[in-house]
Write a protein that binds this ligand. Structure first.
Ligand SMILES: Cc1cc2nc3c(=O)[nH]c(=O)nc-3n(C[C@H](O)[C@H](O)[C@H](O)COP(=O)(O)O)c2cc1C
Length: 204
């Protein structure tokens, strides 16, 4: 086999499946929230418009300003900001979003999504957007991930709402244990989003 010496050209943003897509990024309260900033940056660099919805607990781990900075888009943290901010309500995301991504997804948000609980902005948005292509990247302690209630909730969102799940991976957890529970890496989540984008409407 002959090897080409031709340098590989970096992919242009307009060639990416995410180019021109509207991505709603939900961020919840786990230590992996800091990695969601990297994901938001990667999506933006790949040509997507990324609007971030953070839970109150996500804001304990990382600030809205980080997402606002890397996406150049407003970040939403409250059900009650309402149309005053960017004319956005929880229902407006249904028409706006091409793809919904929740990274990291806590056991709590998965439980709320599985059971139609709407007690904050993100859970309400997920309830409204349930029929949209949705990708969850769970991240939690292995004991939580193996809890039968969590397993049942994951199965429920997969079967009843066609949600897709990436990870969690096995590796070093924040508590120091080596076990399943780490959020999938941002570049792998990006690939999964590109695959969903290609499936729903290929960018030619
Ligand atoms: C330091 C710390 C780290 C946490 N990490 C996780 C986590 O990785 N996954 C998870 O499901 N919950 C984790 N929790 C618990 C959640 O923050 C808690 O269940 C919270 O209610 C989630 O709220 P939210 O889903 O609205 O963001 C953590 C809590 C603390 C204090």
């Amino acid at each position: 086999m002959t090897m080409s010496n031709k340098p590989t050209q970096p992919e242009k943003p307009q060639d990416r499946q995410t180019h021109g897509r509207s991505i709603l990024l939900g961020v919840t309260g786990g230590i992996a929230a800091y990695k969601a900033v990297d994901l938001a940056g990667k999506l933006t660099a790949a040509g997507a418009t990324v609007k971030t919805v953070m839970t109150a607990n996500a804001c304990r781990f990382v600030t809205p300003l980080s997402f606002e900075t890397v996406t150049s888009c407003p970040v939403f943290t409250s059900l009650w900001q309402g149309p005053k901010q960017d004319n956005v309500t929880h229902i407006s995301f249904v028409d706006w979003a091409d793809i919904v991504v929740v990274a990291p997804a806590t056991a709590n948000i998965i439980a709320k999504a599985a059971n139609g609980i709407c007690d904050d902005l993100l859970s309400t948005v997920l309830c409204a957007c349930w029929s949209k292509p949705t990708l969850y990247a769970p991240a939690m302690n292995n004991n939580m991930w193996e809890n039968p209630a969590v397993r049942a909730n994951v199965e429920k969102i997969k079967k009843e709402m066609a949600a897709e799940i990436i990870g969690p991976a096995t590796g070093r957890l924040a508590c120091g244990t080596h076990a399943i529970g780490r959020m999938a890496e941002p570049q792998d989540i990006l690939k999964a989003i590109e695959e969903i984008a290609r499936r729903i409407r290929p960018n030619t």
